[in-house]
Design a binder for this molecule. Structure first.
Ligand code: PMP
Ligand code: GLN
Length: 384
């Protein structure tokens, strides 16, 4: 195995979903919805399969999807994008992240990243030969510590990887926090890669603000999103990158050697969804908020600290009151004890003391599954 891979453990999502299948447990681990996205988009994909849209699409994506992404950015954020030069379609946000990191991070360069980090960030920075500089969002509120952010930047820092709404904490960066990030990025001339895949899944009336809309930020920011989250088609792996032509072109320079292109018959279907199914994600956010409340209430009836999320479909808990100092051991024992699978958040942390006892639960599942999960946890003996 090449040295660049040796320090990267296998992704926790495969491990925990396999554990759920093997033990027949309810999967409150990996974040994939039980309900598929809009039926009209599925029909459009079937039509595309039947009408010969089965060969390589253009590397940057089919024009109708790039146009639909541009229209979405205009509708929601008042941004005027040129679909030709400022939008690139990718194999999910995952490829967009990989391509952006390969595009901007030289070996030895430092990249500032919010901790806990989504696992592919760590792997991609590692594979690019970069060095991650974590800025930790700490329980209970997971707010951005601006002093810590400033302290994380050195003369070797070239890029900043943002994620808001944030997985796994469910935090949404406030306007003040975004302003602070923008100030640091401009002061140190950093390129900002921002993963905004949960842009539509906010609760309690919160609004998503893309950092690229802040003064001085457009020219230095690439923004990533995905049909996986917005339309509950995680298995389609259709994502996109938007931003100024030079940065998007640089991401494309890497992307062309990763997948070149993907998902030919799914691209027109995602275009249709972006153009016509705009009610879908508002309804999804509303439904998720109700599910969040059920799961958060259920977990609060147990002996855990529960940090209710502002967005996404994950809730974090602290399991120390059960006598567990190790969330990994807790999660590995959970199928047998309760018939439930969750994610040990420690894998998203460098700072082991901050992450060790945290566990992430997904609520993008059918309400009945969440209710049954809570019931099983209540009936189980979860003490260490
Ligand atoms: N970024 C974050 C923060 C995520 O939670 C996920 C998981 N869906 C991804 C990226 C990957 O997105 P995709 O499935 O579109 O590759
Ligand atoms: N984003 C999903 C999660 O956080 C997992 C995606 C994956 O399995 N790679 O649960």
């Amino acid at each position: 195995m090449a040295t660049r891979l040796r320090s990267i453990p296998p992704t926790i999502f495969s491990e925990m979903s396999a554990l759920a299948v093997r033990t027949g447990s309810l999967n409150l681990g990996q974040g994939f919805p039980d309900q598929d996205g809009p039926p009209a988009a599925v029909e459009a994909a079937v039509d595309a399969l039947r009408t010969g849209r089965n060969q390589y699409p253009p590397g940057p994506g089919i024009p109708e999807l790039r146009t639909a992404v541009a229209a979405h950015q205009a509708r929601h954020y008042d941004l005027e994008l040129d679909p030709q030069s400022q939008v690139v379609v990718t194999a999910g946000a995952t490829e967009a992240i990989a391509a952006a990191i390969l595009a901007f991070v030289n070996p030895g360069d430092e990249m500032v990243v919010l901790e806990p980090f989504y696992d592919s960030y760590v792997a991609c920075i590692e594979m690019a030969g970069g060095v991650r500089r974590p800025v930790t969002l700490r329980a209970p509120d997971f707010r951005l510590d601006v002093d810590a952010l400033r302290a994380a930047v050195t003369e070797r820092t070239t890029t900043l990887l943002l994620n808001t709404p944030h997985n796994p904490t469910g935090a949404v960066l406030t306007r003040d926090e975004l302003d602070a990030v923008a100030a640091v990025a401009q002061e140190h001339d950093l390129v900002v890669v921002t993963d905004e895949v949960y842009e539509h899944l906010l609760f309690d009336g919160r609004q998503h603000v893309p950092i690229c809309t802040l003064p001085g930020m457009w020219d230095r920011t690439v923004t990533i999103s995905s049909a996986g989250k917005t339309f509950s088609f995680t298995g389609w792996k259709v994502g996109w990158v938007t931003g100024p032509a030079d940065l998007v072109g640089t991401v494309m320079a890497a992307k062309q050697w990763l997948t070149f292109s993907n998902a030919a018959p799914l691209q027109p279907a995602v275009a249709l969804a972006l153009n016509q199914e705009t009610g879908f994600y508002d309804a999804l956010a509303k439904a998720l908020q109700a599910k969040r409340d059920v799961l958060v209430d259920g977990l609060r009836r147990l002996d855990m600290d529960v940090y209710a999320p502002e967005a996404t479909y994950f809730v974090t808990t602290d399991v120390r009151r059960y006598g567990h100092s190790d969330g990994m051991a807790f999660c590995l024992a959970l199928p047998e004890r309760a018939g439930v699978v969750a994610i040990p958040s420690q894998v998203f942390y460098d700072e082991h003391d901050e992450g060790r006892h945290k566990v992430r639960w997904a609520f993008c599942k059918d309400m009945a599954v969440i209710e049954e999960g809570v019931r099983r946890l209540e009936d189980a003996d979860l003490r260490a």
